[in-house]
Design a protein around this ligand. Structure first.
Ligand code: TYD
Length: 358
């Protein structure tokens, strides 16, 4: 049985990837996660108890432990998703983003390289390190710039985006210098079940049902492209199997929406699924101080993935958002479990008096 390592497999996108690989393939999945505030093993559902799922509580920043995991499990491939991902937190505390996203990626690269050197010729030829990146590395496209193609110049704006850009550069250097067979996947904004409620969509769903303000930064006109997380997981599996070593692939939804449109759509769904005693949810929207350096828009040209590999998302924004809102309403236990002291600290610091404090 072939083994793959998934780093960050208890996070939002990582847990969707682990669920997909356990349910849809015969791979043995070694889930490497340190369980930060944003991770939760409950997000794995039935996959958690599968005999083909092995959990290793290991920090990618811990080089020795990571090397041990590679020696013990001898992976045929690695999917690297472990990262700090929230832009607002990267403004509050950039250091942890550099440590995890840059230092952690260096450790994954070095552990992969040492492991790869120990493989036989066939194992080396088949090995892949699939590194998961973000549209944010290309920086702000403003209102009119065309979507970024693979190879467009990097221009990250936030400490988060800069740390992911730095990690991507390391991954490409390991490909060119050491011939390590890497593939990079860069994706647009994800949403869906099990996303930590500091990000826009789950934050708005949960604030709304508790009759709390729905904070929109600035004028609410910033644009993001929104992909349902399970479509991302399918794209990553396809890249694991068919991605050409040394190449980057973009994953996009072509579902661009302003933040105001996104929040409006959530409010409309909640008006239908869980009506307020009086009034409509949109009345809870508040415009708050903007995020410093807030990128207006991101966009990825994903024709390589669509034309060469035939990938298509299954969900539209409307169908995916409906599933997502329903999921948060139906999973109060999951929500309760992630609302830790750290969650309350973050919410109080970031949204004091209904004003974003960034
Ligand atoms: P977010 O979910 O943090 O993802 P990213 O910044 O990586 O795109 O934010 C999505 C958009 O929503 C972004 O333009 C910032 C905005 N936003 C708000 O308006 N209010 C909020 O409370 C949050 C968390 C985000």
């Amino acid at each position: 049985m072939k083994t793959v390592i998934v780093t960050g497999g208890a996070g939002f996108i990582g847990s969707a990837v682990v669920r997909h690989l356990v349910e849809e393939t015969s791979l043995r999945v070694v889930n490497v996660d340190v369980l930060t505030y944003a991770a939760n093993l409950d997000s794995l559902g039935a996959a958690r108890r599968s005999p083909r799922h092995v959990f290793e509580r290991v920090d990618v920043c811990d080089r020795d432990e990571l090397e041990r995991v590679f020696r013990e499990h001898r992976p045929a491939a690695v999917l690297h998703l472990a990262a700090q991902t929230h832009v607002d937190r990267s403004i509050e505390d950039p250091g942890v983003f550099v440590a995890t996203n840059v230092g952690g990626t260096l450790n994954v690269l070095e552990a992969s390289r040492r492991h790869w050197n120990r493989l036989d010729a066939e194992g080396r030829r088949r090995f892949r390190l699939l590194h998961v990146s973000t549209d944010e590395v290309y920086g702000d496209l403003g209102a009119d710039k065309p979507a970024a193609a693979e190879g467009a110049p990097y221009a990250p704006s936030s400490p988060y985006a800069a740390s992911k850009a730095a990690a991507d550069h390391l991954v490409r250097a390991w490909s060119r210098t050491f011939d390590l067979p890497i593939v990079i996947a860069a994706c647009c904004n994800n949403y869906g079940p099990c996303q930590y409620p500091e990000k826009l969509i789950p934050l708005v769903v949960l604030n709304a049902v508790e009759e709390k303000p729905l904070p929109l930064y600035g004028t609410g006109e910033n644009v993001r492209d929104w992909l349902y997380v399970e479509d991302h997981a399918r794209a990553l599996r396809m890249l694991l199997e068919c991605g050409e070593p040394g190449r980057t692939y973009h994953v996009a939804a072509h579902e661009e929406r302003t933040n105001l449109d996104v929040v409006g759509a959530i409010c409309t769904l909640l008006d239908e699924m869980a009506p307020r005693a009086a009034g409509r949810y949109a009345e809870l929207i508040r415009f708050v101080a903007d995020r410093p350096g807030h990128d207006f828009r991101y966009g990825l040209d994903d024709s390589r993935l669509r034309d060469e590999l035939g990938w298509r998302p299954r969900e539209t924004f409307e169908s995916g958002l409906r599933k997502t809102v329903r999921w948060y309403l139906d999973h109060p236990d999951w929500v309760q479990a992630v609302r830790t002291a750290e969650y309350r600290r973050w919410m109080a610091a970031q949204y004091r008096d209904g004003e974003a404090q960034a």
